[in-house]
Design a protein around this ligand. Structure first.
Ligand code: GLU
Length: 344
């Protein structure tokens, strides 16, 4: 059904972060708190990922004024993996529009694993949402371009604008995943059999595998998140990468689907849109305030960075980022009135 509110003015009700020194202090506390955790395991289903240092940990906040706060291993490079899905989705929505991508890809949670084939079959070949592999592959297939080389160049260029620097592919990761991504190739063929992708499935999976192998660090993720937090303007370069409407759509998708099968728990605990990847990256967006980038490769059972989630949860509380939190205006007024009456 068409939720017909397109002409209603979108109001924005967000405020800034606390002062910079407070952010620095809280970032350090969040880092120390999360750094005590050693549970979880480094991913190994893409063979090269198993080589990551399990102790590596970087945490970075970039606010919408472009101020960078960072702690730990924020310059260690790792493959962006599934986090690329969020930004490729934004680029495709920007080009094709809200409705077309909604019709082709959808936005609903599958409740099943990110690489589920069953989810496609259960939903008449519909890829469901752009954060699971089926939906991400269908989204990459929509990227405008005459050839897959054009599509890849648009993806790399677009993600680089989000990061504010030229992102390069990690060749070892690309080769490792290309040699083992039989399941993604099967997903693309299944989508083709349902008429959901119109390009050659092998080419589409190749572009998707490349986008997942782009090398980033925790600071890049924070800048990319801050761009989504800032109505699509990269706060470091000033580049308007996508529109504010596209950011809003992207963040709604992340809020419901960004952390694999634990997306509901994440939203409940952290109250912010985010996206994780199997190499241990995590990007979180506080709309109108900041982006948070984390890297720590030990993952929980759902595939999300353990330290990344804990540090972000800490920051969400300490910095007042949870989008569902409010303070009662009424109680402020009542206590003010009571204070007046008592003459204090
Ligand atoms: N390239 C990975 C895959 O398609 C991404 C997985 C992830 O980060 O969730 O399996």
């Amino acid at each position: 059904m068409d939720i017909d509110v397109h002409d209603v003015e979108q109001r924005v009700g967000t405020g800034p972060l606390p002062p910079g020194t407070t952010v620095d202090e809280l970032l350090q506390l969040a880092y120390e708190h999360a750094g005590r955790h050693r549970e979880g395991a480094v991913a190994d289903y893409i063979p090269i990922l198993a080589a990551a240092d399990p102790e590596a940990f970087g945490l970075c906040v970039v606010d919408v004024d472009g101020v960078v706060h960072e702690h730990g291993d924020t310059r260690i490079r790792f493959s962006i993996q599934s986090i690329s899905k969020a930004f490729v989705y934004a680029l495709v929505v920007e080009q094709l529009g809200h409705q077309r991508v909604l019709d082709v890809v959808g936005v609903n949670n599958t409740g099943l694993a990110f690489n589920s084939v069953v989810a496609i079959e259960l939903n008449d070949g519909h890829p469901m949402n752009p954060m699971v592999n089926a939906g991400a592959i269908a989204t990459t297939a929509l990227m405008p371009g005459r050839s897959s080389a054009d599509q890849w160049s648009a993806v790399r260029n677009g993600l680089s604008r989000f990061a504010g620097r030229d992102l390069e592919i990690d060749d070892e990761v690309y080769r490792s995943e290309s040699g083992t991504n039989h399941r993604n190739r099967a997903i693309a063929q299944l989508l083709e059999s349902y008429g959901r992708i119109e390009r050659d499935p092998a080419d589409v999976v190749d572009v998707y595998t490349r986008q997942c192998a782009l090398a980033v660090d925790a600071r890049d993720l924070a800048v990319m998140g801050a761009t989504l937090a800032d109505g699509g303007v990269n706060p470091i370069t000033g580049d308007q990468v996508v529109s504010a409407e596209t950011c809003r759509d992207t963040l709604a998708v992340l809020a419901s689907n960004g952390l694999y099968e634990s997306s509901g728990e994440w939203l409940f605990e952290i109250g912010l849109p985010g996206k994780s990847g199997v190499a241990g990256g995590l990007v979180t967006v506080a709309p109108g305030k900041a982006g948070v980038g984390a890297y720590a490769p030990r993952l929980d059972a759902a595939g999300n960075s353990v330290r990344g989630q804990i540090a972000t949860a800490y920051l969400s509380r300490a910095l007042g980022l949870n989008i569902f939190a409010s303070a009662a205006r009424q109680s402020t007024r009542i206590s003010a009135t009571t204070a007046e009456r008592s003459g204090s």
